[in-house]
Design a protein around this ligand. Structure first.
Ligand SMILES: Cc1cc2nc3c(=O)[nH]c(=O)nc-3n(C[C@H](O)[C@H](O)[C@H](O)COP(=O)(O)O)c2cc1C
Length: 190
């Protein structure tokens, strides 16, 4: 089964983006995927801000990207784009760190004015990093992510949309796995 890394670019300790990623991660795990999570805020700030490519925590984060078949990247919208925190990590990854990977971009924000931030800001960066297939992403309003007695609750409209993009991601991951099974990791006939 494919492995998936969920990555949160929120600096907040009580992040809605993190809760959204948890929600998506549980759906992926329920489909048998091995899911692990990386909070960029947990990486050492001096390594991120000092561009310390060789810092053990950065080396480990890079390896986790390399090992994943699929990446779910979540960011809060800050000043009409993705967070600076997320960019500090993306800048330290190899140029083509997303080669061969399926990517699902997610964003949370306070205003529908910035609903396109995934497409005009984040998607070009992910493309430049060689992502094999970036499936349609989704922007969720922060007010639509709440916590109930049983954990994260998404407002009905948001829940349906997130389910739809997650399922498209699952389909794309399955297609990738079957392509690799037929052609091998280097594109040769198996
Ligand atoms: C510094 C800052 C800048 C923000 N800029 C925007 C923005 O430009 N557009 C928007 O829709 N929301 C903006 N927001 C709201 C956040 O994107 C939103 O509350 C988000 O869900 C927070 O995610 P988090 O809880 O994971 O950090 C901003 C919030 C902060 C703290």
């Amino acid at each position: 089964m494919p492995t998936v890394l969920t990555v949160s670019g929120s600096p907040s300790a009580t992040s809605r983006t993190g809760r959204l990623l948890g929600h998506v991660g549980r759906r992926l795990a329920a489909h048998g995927h091995e899911v692990s999570h990386l909070d960029v805020r947990d990486l050492p700030a001096d390594a991120l801000l000092g561009a310390d490519f060789g810092h053990p925590a950065i080396v480990e984060a890079t390896a986790r990207f390399a090992q994943a078949d699929g990446i779910v990247i979540g960011t809060p919208v800050y000043k009409a784009a993705y967070s600076g925190l997320l960019k500090t990590l993306l800048d330290l990854l190899p140029q083509y760190a997303l080669t061969g990977k399926t990517v699902l971009p997610l964003a949370t924000g306070g205003s529908t004015a910035h609903v396109l931030a995934i497409d005009y800001a984040l998607r070009p960066v992910l493309t430049s990093m060689g992502a094999d297939h970036i499936v349609p992403g989704w922007f969720t309003l922060d007010k639509d992510i709440t916590t109930g007695p049983e954990g994260t609750v998404l407002a009905a409209g948001a829940a349906g949309a997130v389910e739809q993009v997650t399922d498209a991601f699952l389909t794309s991951l399955a297609g990738r796995a079957s392509r690799l099974a037929t052609s091998g990791p280097h594109g040769r006939a198996a």
